[in-house]
Design a protein around this ligand. Structure first.
Ligand code: UDP
Length: 327
């Protein structure tokens, strides 16, 4: 069986990708410093505890496991935090990616799947985003991810590294079999925060901004189920291994939901009220981010299975109610 190195494989999206890779017949080797990931989420292959800022640790992992490809998830990913501490985002995200790509060149690893983001687009007046929309990031997080995309393009051209770049929109939900889910410390994302408030594990939710140029004044986002995203990574990897060429793909549903709509969907799914207050804007938030995934569907054959808002909230709600969970 082919081995794949998964940086950030102990994190939310990376761990779901490891499960999907194992199901597709690969051995996922997780490379993670466990700064934000969880060792107990690594269940489908070995865990290498290592840091992308340490080139020697990457070299050692590539030499030991000889992967056919690298899936690169590991990064700092909080928009608000990146505005307060941009240097850390540029150093860790861009520096880590550079170490990884240089190690891949040295070890002869020629296939890379990169986790990128809708945050590379910035604020685009609510247009439906595609792979061809100009990227104009407005945050250090988005800027650092765009830099990594450009770095990968350059390494691809100079060193024959085949690559697939996925720009994801808002990832939500949890493993339908209940083995994995979202757990960040501290939690900052809308759906898990909201469900913790519903479960009485935190006081309440603050809606960040009600004066955006959107139909109800709250931010609009395109939510996509984490297992659908994981499946896309397997398809992207298979494309590279089949020699079908590089690609950039947006992953979303083409349908945006406002924060108020997410709260209303939660009320229906959980049959409980969401305790919330209206607050001011969070720095760095774009008004609306919604994408077309037509290219992923037609070129990769990607078919989202669980990305309805109610399904995502339902799976996240099951995860939030798991035994022993304390926020
Ligand atoms: N949001 C909110 N209250 C919260 C957390 C998030 O109103 O406590 C809003 C946020 O402003 C954004 C949307 O929910 O419009 C999704 O935010 P999240 O942090 O989940 O993802 P992001 O869009 O930053 O990747």
């Amino acid at each position: 069986m082919d081995t794949v190195l998964v940086t950030g494989g102990a994190g939310y999206i990376g761990s779901h990708a490891c499960k999907a890779l194992a199901r597709a017949g690969f051995i996922p080797v997780t490379f993670d410093n466990l700064a934000t990931g969880w060792a107990e989420a690594v269940n489908w292959g070995p865990l290498v505890r290592g840091d992308l800022m340490d080139r020697g640790q990457i070299d050692a992992a590539l030499a030991e496991h000889r992967p056919v490809a690298v899936l690169h998830f590991a990064a700092l990913s909080l928009v608000g935090q990146s505005m307060r501490d941009p240097g850390r985002y540029w150093r860790v995200n861009v520096g880590g990616a550079q170490n990884l790509l240089e190690a891949c060149v040295a070890a002869g690893v020629r296939n890379v799947v990169l986790s990128s983001t809708c945050a590379t687009y910035g604020d685009q007046d609510g247009v439906l985003l595609t792979e061809d929309t100009p990227q104009r990031p407005i945050t250090a997080y988005g800027g650092s991810k765009l830099a990594i995309e450009l770095m990968l393009r350059d390494f691809g051209a100079a060193h024959a590294i085949n690559h697939v770049i996925f720009r994801y929109f808002n990832v939500a939900g949890a493993d339908p079999e209940g083995e994995l889910g979202e757990q960040h410390t501290p939690e900052t994302h809308l759906i898990p925060l909201m469900l913790e408030a519903v479960a009485g594990k935190r006081a309440g939710l603050t809606v960040f901004g009600t004066d955006y140029p959107t139909p109800d004044g709250t931010c609009v986002r395109d939510y996509v189920h984490v297992t659908d995203l994981a499946d896309a990574h397997v398809l992207g990897l298979q494309r590279l291994l089949a020699g079908q060429g590089n690609g950039v793909f947006c992953l979303g549903t083409g349908r945006g939901f406002s924060v108020r709509e997410v709260i209303e969907a939660s009320r229906i799914v959980t049959n409980r009220e969401v305790p919330f207050v209206l607050g001011g804007r969070r720095e760095g938030d774009a008004a609306a981010l919604v994408c077309s995934s037509t290219r992923a569907e037609t070129v990769l054959g990607w078919e989202p299975q669980r990305s309805s808002l109610r399904q995502m909230i339902g799976d996240a709600w099951a995860w939030a109610q798991r035994p022993g969970f304390t926020a």
